[in-house]
Design a protein around this ligand. Sequence first.
Ligand code: FAD
Length: 492
Amino acid sequence: MELFCHRRDLRLADNVGLAAAADRGEVAGAFVFDPDVLDHASDVRVRRLLDGLAALRDDYRDRGSDLLVARGDPESILPDLADAVDADRVVWNRDYSGLARERDAGVRKALNDSGVEREAHHDAVLHEPDSIRTNAGDPYSVYTYYWKKWTDRETDSPAPTPAAGDLVDVGALTAAVGDDGAVADGGAETDRVAVGDLPSPADLGFDAPDAEVGPAGTEAARGRLDDFLDEPVFSYEAERDYPAREATSRLSAFLKYGEIGIRETYEATERALAAAQSEGDEERVESVEEFQQQLAWREFYTQVLYHNPEVVTENYKEYEEGIEWRDDPDEITAWTRGETGYPIVDAGMRQLREEAFMHNRVRMIVASFLTKDLLADWRHGYDHFREHLADHDTANDNGGWQWAASTGTDAQPYFRIFNPMTQGERYDPEAEYITEYVPELRGLDADLIHEWHELSPTQRANVAPEYPEPIVDHSERREEALAMYKRARGED
Ligand code: FAD
């Protein structure tokens, strides 16, 4: 018998580690709530995680098994759990952040000391972080070149889904864990295990979030992928930048929690690509490829984090002098509340609070606004996103922020600064997205909304008295931002 430990792979299907364990015989699935991980969690993400775990548990139950749910330090609990269920090996899929790798090293040692075998697999990405390097053997720091190698590589087929007979039956699990769930003799008080019994957010020290976190689980993820590949993917390239159009897959949280496998996802896009190619429609072909490129961005940032774990808190790119961020607390608060007086920025920040999600184009706009209009350190933005995004992923979030702040890999040059008004005009011409999230501006002509910064205070007070004045002047701040970056580059 083997124990499979789920972490960021809350699924049975296309799960490399689980399939490997099931291939050898019976396997029991477990999830451990690690206090160190919970220390970095948020209300939104705890809710989303619990929803994903409930779906995973139901998938186990459908196959006559159940999910072992433990709480405590994995280093102490996993050897005890393996002992309780009589497992001779503990298996998991790798996580690539610095913290996760440190934790896994501790778990490996603890299992080793207890005489339990362990095995880790690559599962979260199509191409493991170390496998794509420049011809000189270095990790890539420029996406375009990375993508070329990524797309030329062979991909594995989806890993098989374990059959009912591969999973331990519920009776055996319940008997092993016992009524009191105390598997850890002498362990910490939190070291407890239950069969299928998930805690509430309050049990874990979290509140119910204000935002709707969206559906969870493999079935919902597959439904979303099918709907997206049915038609939207074929116009993705032309439509993806328009936040009012719902033209993207909305798969990010499912991929983050691993509720759908990346091999299964990619293989489905390959079928869509083949269909477009057989129709000979170049636009449709390019659209599918554009979508595949986004999946590659996810793997690009995963390998950036893997090779540079310090980017979580440090700039990837070094400036000669430090960047002198202004960090005005009132301006940062106005940004977090969606009260900057720049409509597309405010719409994005309010979408984030309401839906625990924000459209990609708008993420780029609000990130540029924070760093280059408010001259605030990208780490403030990253922290806020980390708290509110259901799809928060250390690698992608950090990569996105550092790109916007011109401190990252493949950074947009510091002199490219988004103009929030022209971005709004271009990508939300009818102001449909803006007015969905900013009710104070409903009923106004789109032109007026896009000219908000140019109206006089009296005009603004007449047409939308509830909506804030712009908190900064974009043209002035643009010049200040350029000067700030020049100083940091030693060009002053
Ligand atoms: P789609 O357009 O349908 O893309 C499909 C998938 O590709 C996404 O689900 C995601 O897994 C991946 N992807 C798409 N764009 C990117 C990208 N630029 N970088 C990395 N992966 C990408 N994405 C996250 O998953 N988690 C984050 O915490 C996150 N934070 C971001 C912060 C900033 C400042 C920026 C600019 C971008 C961030 N992104 C993040 C990337 C991107 O905005 C989201 O992945 C995307 O909006 C999710 O919507 P979707 O699933 O409909 O995307």
